[in-house]
Design a protein. Structure first.
Length: 115
């Protein structure tokens, strides 16, 4: 059974940084590209980053230039380093398979950026 457990969120001031982690289990992690997603209040879920099996990462939307994504296949964990955070980054952040998410989602981790 696919399990995704996100952590590392919190309350931070604008301009600050956070590092999110997502521990995955129940599937062969190293075989799948992974993605970070977020859902801001009143908005649809959007993709933030994708990390290929070999570690190459792509950032999307406003994350470009501020966030980096990485993975540790030995630990079945994917990371999202978020710098220069803005109030608009306030959202619940999730990880899942990139491009074709599993139906099962984790609980997410709340990121709140104060101005």
């Amino acid at each position: 059974q696919v399990q995704l457990v996100e952590s590392g969120g919190g309350l931070v001031q604008a301009g600050g940084s956070l590092r999110l982690s997502c521990a995955a289990s129940g599937f062969p992690f190293s075989n799948y590209p992974m993605g970070w997603y977020r859902r801001a209040p009143g908005k649809e879920r959007e993709v933030v980053a994708g990390v290929l099996t070999g570690g190459k990462a792509d950032l999307f939307n406003s994350a470009t230039g501020r966030f980096t994504a990485s993975r540790d296949n030995a630990k079945s964990t994917v990371y999202l380093q978020m710098n220069s955070l803005e109030p608009e980054d306030t959202a619940v952040y999730f990880c899942n398979r990139a491009s074709n998410p599993w139906d099962s989602w984790g609980q997410g981790t709340q990121v709140t950026v104060s101005s």
